[in-house]
Write a protein that binds this ligand. Structure first.
Ligand SMILES: [Zn+2]
Ligand SMILES: [Zn+2]
Length: 368
């Protein structure tokens, strides 16, 4: 029985796909190994992709430093989730893709069947399965993602740019749920890839942006992407009151209409609730460690009518919207230029994370 299945699977592998491939596996915090592995095999509902570019992101850096409770379940683990490439094998039930096509996919797809999916809250799907393994020569896209969250790469964008689809998708989701409109004052805390795309999208929407971050290198990128003001957190250290005063001063004495927290630390979550104006909205976009808590002033919550919301991940709708935006080079060109700061070969993945941790890189294209 197993033998037949394997033979069937083998048949589905394209003739010129090698049996072995190079890949980086995650063995534990700061422990990555570049190895030779079996090339993944696909069934009739899956797609095998020969990766042309993977992309590091903040989540991967977090994982590199401390592991990840959701993404990494067993060790050693396949690693990396942003990629683009060429279809090297297409299951016979997949009708809308063919071998040789340039394709990009994101790392999950909802089940469309659970309580939350039926409620159209797809990012809360109870059955999200996270695809890892972008730091490799080949990756198999599982059925659900192949069906709902895989696209042909538009001619306008390169493999490296396409590999940023997940970054754009999550921000598109967070952005649309932040109720930003022209003329608003928006404060983005965090100047990593996510914070920078929030800054760019807010600017494109006609808002005035204040970017708060640590690394001056990245704050300058925020400025290039349209932030009117940049503020270094290091400069204020523990003097949060002064920081709040400075931000109020820059926003007509009231504070920002919208504050986006794109860091994922309790301190900056609290800061976000302190900065926002009366009646304003805070989007807690950066996920903290499980179990972490913050205190919120009830007076502000009730009498100042703060709107506090968390937004997580992406949905197929926002993936489509993200791809549309990426195709529009008038809007996306500057973002790609600022965010893809480096390019490194797969075997140097560990060095890429060390560089990213130094604050002198944003997203690094990893080329197998
Ligand atoms: Zn990511
Ligand atoms: Zn679901």
């Amino acid at each position: 029985m197993t033998k037949t299945v394997q033979q069937k699977e083998k048949k589905l592998k394209s003739a010129n796909v090698p049996d072995k491939m190079k890949a980086c596996l995650f063995y534990g915090p700061e422990d990555i190994k570049y190895e030779t592995l079996e090339t993944p095999k696909i069934n009739e509902n899956e797609i095998l992709v020969k990766i042309q570019s993977a992309m590091t992101c903040g989540t991967d850096l977090k994982t590199f430093k401390r592991g990840h409770p959701v993404l990494i379940k067993t060790l050693p683990s396949a690693f990396g989730h942003q990629f683009s490439g060429v279809a090297a094998g297409v299951g016979k039930n997949i009708k809308n893709f063919h071998e040789g096509q340039k394709i990009v996919a994101v790392n999950t797809a909802p089940c469309f069947n659970c309580f939350f999916c039926k409620n159209k809250e797809y990012s809360l799907c109870e059955n999200l399965e996270f695809l890892n393994g972008a730091y490799a020569e080949y990756i198999a896209i599982p059925e659900r993602i192949a069906r709902h969250n895989t696209y042909e790469i538009p001619e306008e964008i390169s493999f490296e740019e396409a590999a940023m689809l997940e970054t754009f998708s999550v921000v598109m989701h967070g952005f649309e749920r932040s109720e930003i409109s022209p003329g608003m004052n928006v404060c983005v805390i965090g100047a990593g890839a996510i914070g920078l795309v929030f800054t760019a999208l807010s600017k494109l929407a006609g808002a005035n942006v204040i970017s708060i971050g640590k690394s001056l290198y990245k704050l300058n990128l925020a400025k290039e992407l349209g932030a009117e003001f940049i503020i270094s957190l290091d400069h204020f250290n523990e003097q949060r009151k002064e920081l709040a005063g400075k931000v109020r001063e820059l926003t007509g004495g009231y504070g920002p209409d919208v504050v986006i927290e794109a860091v994922g630390l309790p301190d900056t979550w609290i800061l976000a609730t302190e900065l926002v104006r009366r009646g304003g909205l805070v989007n807690f976009f950066g996920g903290c460690k499980k179990g972490e808590r913050i205190e919120v002033d009830t007076y502000r919550l009730h009498y100042d009518e703060l709107k506090l919301t968390g937004v997580f991940h992406h949905t197929p709708y926002y993936v489509r919207k993200a791809l549309e935006l990426m195709k529009d080079k008038n809007k996306s060109r500057e973002i790609f230029k600022r965010l893809i700061t480096h390019r490194m070969p797969l075997e140097k993945l560990k060095d890429a994370f060390i560089l990213q941790e130094s604050g002198k890189a944003v997203q690094i294209a990893i080329i197998p």
